[in-house]
Design a protein around this ligand. Structure first.
Ligand code: FAD
Length: 207
């Protein structure tokens, strides 16, 4: 597996160095604290326990998402099954450093930083073209049996498709009826429409 990232630098040193020095312009929310979604934590614990060990070694703290509410009458004490709300929290550079370190130590994974994807390669089939790899901004062609787009919400894949004779990708969850938008930098109205109950708006503000 080859992982390409347009950001150039790798994590160096420990948690403090990652927080202070690591530059990741490709991720806007890089200098934020993050709470890993419990499902992601369960998946990592089961499938990549060494990543959880690396996270804890760098100072990530584990906790239960419900623990702070056990004193509330409506919640009550801990119940059987609540372990599915276990997760961990850390500063985002720390989470990324731990995952990056784990990937770097895993046989069969090559992480190439400073490589930006500029287009998709396809076999040019007239009716159903098949993606066969990617083209980088520097003009390198990298063949692949499977291409996974992990480019985030501003992924260039939709543009890539239009320049490589591929049909546009399916867009999931972006219709007004199914999508929740939120922002923690600046201020934005969040609309969570529900066709059966009408439209309701929430305004969030934070820095
Ligand atoms: C302020 C804020 C706080 C958040 N807090 C939490 C939280 O506490 N817990 C939580 O679970 N989630 C949180 N999220 C959401 C979480 O950060 C995102 O869901 C997550 O980062 C999405 O991951 P991703 O891998 O899809 O995309 P990203 O994290 O955006 O990663 C995309 C990657 O693709 C690379 N890339 C982009 N284009 C190219 C290209 N052309 N070629 C090569 N590489 C490219 C980028 O450099 C980057 O490394 C938060 C989001 C925000 C904005």
């Amino acid at each position: 597996m080859t992982v390409l990232d347009r950001d150039v630098t790798s994590p160096e040193g420990g948690a403090e160095e990652s927080w202070e020095q690591w530059q990741r312009p490709g991720v806007n929310q890089f200098r934020h604290p993050h709470i890993m979604l419990p499902a992601a934590y369960q998946l990592l614990s089961t499938e990549v326990p060494e990543a959880v060990a690396e996270l804890q070694a760098l100072g990530a703290t584990t906790h239960n998402m419900l623990a702070g509410a056990y004193d509330l009458p409506a919640i009550g004490g801990r119940l059987e099954g609540d372990e599915r709300f276990d997760t961990l929290a850390a500063r985002r550079p720390v989470i990324e450093a731990a995952l990056g370190n784990t990937a770097a130590k895993t046989a069969g994974i090559t992480v190439r930083r400073g490589v930006a994807v500029a287009g998709l390669l396809s076999d040019g089939g007239a009716n159903r073209p098949r993606v066969t790899g990617v083209r980088t901004r520097d003009g390198e062609s990298i063949a692949a049996d499977l291409v996974i787009d992990a480019g985030g919400r501003n992924s260039p894949v939709a543009t890539c498709s239009s320049t490589s004779a591929l049909p546009p990708p399916l867009s999931l969850g972006t219709t007004p009826d199914s999508w929740l938008t939120a922002a923690t930098s600046g201020r934005r109205t969040v609309r969570c429409p529900r066709s059966d109950r009408g439209r309701w708006n929430t305004t969030t503000a934070s820095r």
